[in-house]
Design a protein around this ligand. Structure first.
Ligand SMILES: CC(C)(COP(=O)(O)OP(=O)(O)OC[C@H]1O[C@@H](n2cnc3c(N)ncnc32)[C@H](O)[C@@H]1OP(=O)(O)O)[C@@H](O)C(=O)NCCC(=O)NCCS
Length: 185
């Protein structure tokens, strides 16, 4: 679905824009995918696993999400540069269509500026406007205290832990936590 453009002030006073992705964002999205993968161990890809991403595939991906009735991507733009994005998706299946799944990542230079909070507010608004959804779900990797703090602030609670779900290149094994936020209307 398409989400209308909104603006807000970041903690450092700059103006950020949140909206659905457009074709003009594709170069920024491709750059972001590789850079963000190298900046944190808390997202699922390594930079060298980004080969499959190219302009054509990215366009197909954003076109599909923009046209979808069961999900949306939001990008955040600061001074004309793509700072990060988030996604909310749910299925249209009878048994699982009440559950929305969430993902978010920003480039490191934009962490701690309130962007995550604003993107979450928007995703909560999207979920609350869909009568069928009753809960929002996400996962975070052990040690990601910034993400955990954001999620708890936005009303999510830990519901479970998958032991050793993540294995880093150096062999370190990390647990993954699942969180849920019930939708109140
Ligand atoms: C996790 C992430 C999305 C958070 O977004 P953000 O824009 O940095 O978050 P915000 O600035 O809105 O901060 C949200 C809350 O986090 C907490 N927080 C901020 N800095 C923190 C820090 N250094 N350590 C722990 N918690 C912190 C605060 O409670 C803050 O709320 P407040 O501003 O009301 O005090 C972002 O840091 C990111 O993209 N990280 C890398 C990718 C990633 O980990 N994605 C999530 C995968 S599960």
């Amino acid at each position: 679905m398409i989400i209308e453009e909104t603006e807000f002030k970041m903690k450092d006073g700059r103006t950020a824009v949140i909206r659905s992705p457009r074709d003009e964002d594709i170069p920024g999205l491709l750059e972001y995918l590789v850079i963000s993968a190298g900046e944190t161990d808390f997202i699922l890809r390594y930079p060298e696993e980004c080969d499959k991403y190219n302009a054509e595939a990215e366009k197909a991906f954003i076109d599909r999400l923009n046209a979808s009735e069961t999900g949306a991507m939001l990008v955040c733009i600061v001074d004309g540069k793509l700072a990060g994005n988030c996604e909310i998706n749910w299925s249209n299946r009878i048994k699982t269509g009440h559950r929305a799944s969430i993902g978010i990542a920003l480039l490191k230079e934009y962490w701690g500026q309130g962007i995550g909070t604003r993107l979450f507010r928007e995703m909560i608004r999207i979920a609350e406007s869909n009568e069928r959804l009753t809960q929002m779900e996400l996962e975070f990797i052990e040690g990601n205290s910034r993400a955990r703090a954001l999620y708890e602030k936005m009303g999510f609670r830990i519901t479970g832990m998958r032991p050793n779900a993540i294995r880093l290149k150096d062999g370190t094994l990390l647990n993954e936590y699942t969180m849920i936020r019930e939708i109140k209307r």
